[in-house]
Design a protein around this ligand. Structure first.
Ligand code: PGA
Length: 260
């Protein structure tokens, strides 16, 4: 029986992130920040909120006032630093809005905006050039899992995403079939993927960097299933979609990590 302090994951500060996707309005942000700030105290987890772009400024203001322990991130960025790219957002603009993180390669961007591995790698590089920490999302689709291709997909997406060899980043394992479906990966399935991703990081960066890199799980995370997932040695926190819209549920998930 291993104790929490013996687990490799205990050496890493957990990362718990809220991916608000295309939800919420300005009026929701202040209340969320107030309740989050009151509930957070001094969290033992790193907490990041990813609002959609129009909400970044009000969220930055509300978090600074009420939940200064929480960081802010963008949901996407353009690989170029500036230019004629209507509707897009640059890393410098995200920094300017108060972001320190950015999501790269979320499966909804890959699916809906035809983002391929190379583009995701370029976005990771652009994030780092702008002083942002990328949270690189990888994960297999259902048919890829059924075809036995899961590890090959993860290997390919990770290698392309990290082609620029960023130093400060985190990885989110988000099996596409678990996102927004209510069908969470079992702790065993998630751990297998996380351990594989960490092995890949060892190969690319060496053991020290691999051991300090956070690999978080995403896909229908709830306060109910988070505890069992968090027990696994290589699950260092969560990227939470649906449940992060409810600040009470999001806090409960943070507590699962903070008390681990
Ligand atoms: P979900 O989304 O928690 O609603 O499944 C997770 C994500 O897409 O990041």
């Amino acid at each position: 029986m291993t104790r929490a302090g013996d687990r490799p994951s205990a050496r890493r500060v957990p990362l718990v992130a809220a991916n608000w996707k295309m939800h919420l309005l300005r009026r929701d942000v202040e209340d969320f920040a107030r309740v989050l700030g009151a509930g957070l105290g001094a969290p033992r987890a790193e907490v990041v909120i990813f609002p959609s772009h129009p909400l970044l400024a009000p969220a930055a203001q509300a978090l600074a006032a009420a939940a200064p322990g929480a960081a802010l991130g963008g949901q996407d960025l353009h690989p170029e630093p500036k230019g004629a790219f209507t509707g897009d957002v640059s890393g410098a603009q995200l920094r300017d809005a108060g972001c320190t993180w950015v999501l790269c390669g979320h499966s909804e961007r890959r699916r809906d905006h035809a983002e391929n591995d190379e583009l995701v790698g370029n976005k990771v590089a652009a994030a780092v050039r702008s002083g942002l920490a990328p949270l690189l999302c990888v994960g297999e689709r259902r048919e890829e899992r059924h075809a036995g291709e899961t590890l090959a997909v993860l290997e390919r997406q990770l290698a392309a995403g990290l082609a620029s060899r960023p130093q400060r980043f985190a990885v989110a394992y988000e099996p596409v079939w678990a996102i927004g479906t209510g069908e969470t990966a079992t702790p065993e399935i998630a751990q297998e993927a996380h351990a594989f991703l960490r092995e890949q990081l060892v190969g690319r960066y060496g053991i020290e960097t691999a051991e300090r890199t956070r690999i978080v799980y995403g896909g229908s995370v709830t306060p109910e299933n988070a505890a069992a997932l968090r027990e696994e040695a290589d699950i260092d926190g969560f990227l939470v979609g649906g449940a992060s819209l409810d600040v009470g549920k999001f806090l409960a998930i943070i507590r699962v990590c903070g008390s681990a």
